[in-house]
Design a protein around this ligand. Structure first.
Ligand code: ADE
Length: 225
């Protein structure tokens, strides 16, 4: 999978890709991530990417031309399955969307800033709009990092244990059950006895029941889906 991220702040975006799972995925060539500074596609001396709103109103709008130039250059080099715009009014990111995007070959992610982008970008260049939640960030970069993390860990081979993404919360519309590790007892706080029984069918049944219980109390909406 190849991900091209278009941003005015590439330096803000780079560090999540330089540690842990994302770093290893890139090193293993399981994903290829490229950053494009939108200012490299500007035409004036000030490298302007934004301007005032037609019709008046507070806040700057990102101009269509630098974005179109950048996306057109990328599209001249390869085909893209999806051109995603990070925006608070997009569809809210969830595990299903992360799964869908993880199956794509080439994806562009556009990070918005200021008031957002000229509507013509959204009408003519964008294929999918994604929000990471009902709050407004200063820009799309942190949202893009969240999306990339959720997607890249699903690419086969990225996680050490191939099954571990499958047992994450949300993969089957259930939250994950409680988990424990050593020591067996700490300050009198005990691990459920069943987990030492070696009775794996019973342990699996317990985990399913706990996952259901947790989902029912914390996220009953997931059970309706
Ligand atoms: N840009 C600003 N706010 C955002 C959000 N909540 N999700 C994605 N991109 C954004």
């Amino acid at each position: 999978m190849r991900i091209d991220i278009i941003t005015v702040l590439p330096e803000l975006l780079k560090s999540p890709f330089e540690a842990s799972i994302l770093k290893r995925a890139i090193a293993a060539n399981l994903v290829d991530v490229h950053f494009h500074n939108l200012r490299d596609y500007t035409t004036d001396n000030y490298k302007s990417v934004d301007d005032t709103q037609y019709g008046g109103g507070a806040g700057m709008v990102m101009m269509v031309e630098p974005i179109d130039k950048c996306i057109s250059k990328l599209k001249s080099e390869r085909d893209y399955d999806e051109v995603i715009y990070m925006t608070p009014d997009g569809e809210t990111l969830n595990q299903k969307i992360a799964n869908q995007i993880s199956l794509k070959e080439n994806v562009i992610i556009l990070c918005g800033h200021y008031k957002g982008v000229d509507q013509r970008v959204r009408d003519h260049l964008i294929t999918r709009e994604i929000s990471i939640g009902d709050y407004v960030l200063s820009g799309g970069e942190l949202g893009a990092a969240v999306l990339c993390d959720a997607v890249i860990r699903l690419i086969p081979g990225v996680l050490g244990n191939e099954t571990s993404a499958l047992t994450d919360s949300f993969q089957d519309n259930l939250l994950a059950p409680p988990i424990y590790t050593k020591p067996r007892e700490y300050k009198g706080w005990k691990v459920p006895e069943l987990l030492f029984s070696g009775n794996f069918p019973e342990i699996e049944k317990w985990r399913e029941a706990e996952a259901y219980k947790r989902t029912k109390t914390r996220r009953p909406d997931l059970l309706d889906e």
